[in-house]
Design a protein around this ligand. Structure first.
Ligand SMILES: C[S@@+](CC[C@H](N)C(=O)[O-])C[C@H]1O[C@@H](n2cnc3c(N)ncnc32)[C@H](O)[C@@H]1O
Length: 246
């Protein structure tokens, strides 16, 4: 369900083929995940939360202007991102991919979960050099559209892979945005072996369609998938870099 301020009826209609629309004066308390649209854009409404959630573009712009190019992510993707064609294949809310766009790359952001894609699409509209696709990453990498058409698969300068990390026993909860991502997109039946197999398949496809670097974001202590060319480590995550084969 997408709730919207009455004056946002026209903007809400864009999302009408994917969800039911209902006018509302404020973000409602919900019993299942939904969206709320006001003058600021789309908000995520989750059961058990009185306040809706929205990933912040202000944080993103701040990150880009304050040394964004020196972040581990940007260094893993390349020393100069200007004009590079980047595929963010597991985009989530787009915080990583949109940062790369702010740093000069042309970024295609792919997200398979429709509700998360809507939040991503709304967010990306304000960031130049971006497009968003709601599909499986493997389809985009192979040039298959969700309508079943095929086109010659594109060769990317950089492919970023950031699928969900396998769950670990940890007391501290992740931040609110990540908690919601987990609730909405995680398959409770998928174990770490399935997640690892899925990543290995995606990595092979990405390497075949990439002429530069395939960058896989992982927690510091996660296993390495396949033969990595080099790694860039941060405080809690690392970026495994594989050279593309295209
Ligand atoms: C850890 S989050 C990505 C967070 C993101 N890097 C950010 O900065 O917001 C992983 C996201 O990838 C999506 N995802 C995982 N596997 C995918 C696939 N094969 N194709 C498309 N999306 C995928 C999930 O639905 C989830 O939203």
């Amino acid at each position: 369900m997408l709730y919207h301020r009455p004056e946002q009826t026209e903007q809400a209609a864009f999302y009408g083929s994917w969800c039911r629309l209902e006018p509302a004066q404020s973000a409602p308390v919900v019993s299942e995940a939904g969206l709320y649209l006001d003058h600021a854009g789309l908000w995520l409404c989750m059961p058990g939360y009185a306040q809706p959630y929205r990933p912040s573009n202000a944080d993103l712009l701040r990150r880009a202007s304050r040394g964004g190019s020196r972040t581990e992510l940007a260094r893993a993707c390349g020393s100069n991102l200007t004009g590079l064609d980047v595929l963010d294949a597991c985009a989530g809310y787009g915080s990583d991919g949109l940062l790369l766009a702010q740093l000069g790359a042309q970024v295609c952001l792919v997200e398979r979960d429709r509700l998360i894609w809507m939040l991503l699409h709304d967010r990306a509209q304000h960031i130049p050099r971006t497009e968003t696709v709601c599909d499986q990453a493997s389809n985009v990498l192979q040039g298959r559209s969700s309508g079943g058409d095929t086109a010659p698969a594109k060769i990317w300068d950089v492919v970023l892979l950031d699928p969900m990390f396998p769950r670990i026993a940890k007391k501290a909860l992740p931040n609110r945005g990540l908690q919601h991502l987990r609730q909405l997109t995680e398959d409770p039946l998928a174990g770490s072996l399935e997640l690892e197999d899925e990543l290995a398949e995606l990595l092979a496809l990405a390497k075949a369609q990439c002429s530069g670097r395939v960058v896989v974001k992982r927690r510091l202590k996660d296993d390495v998938t396949g033969q990595v060319d080099f790694q860039i480590k941060g405080k809690s995550v690392r970026f495994d870099v594989y050279l593309g084969a295209a």
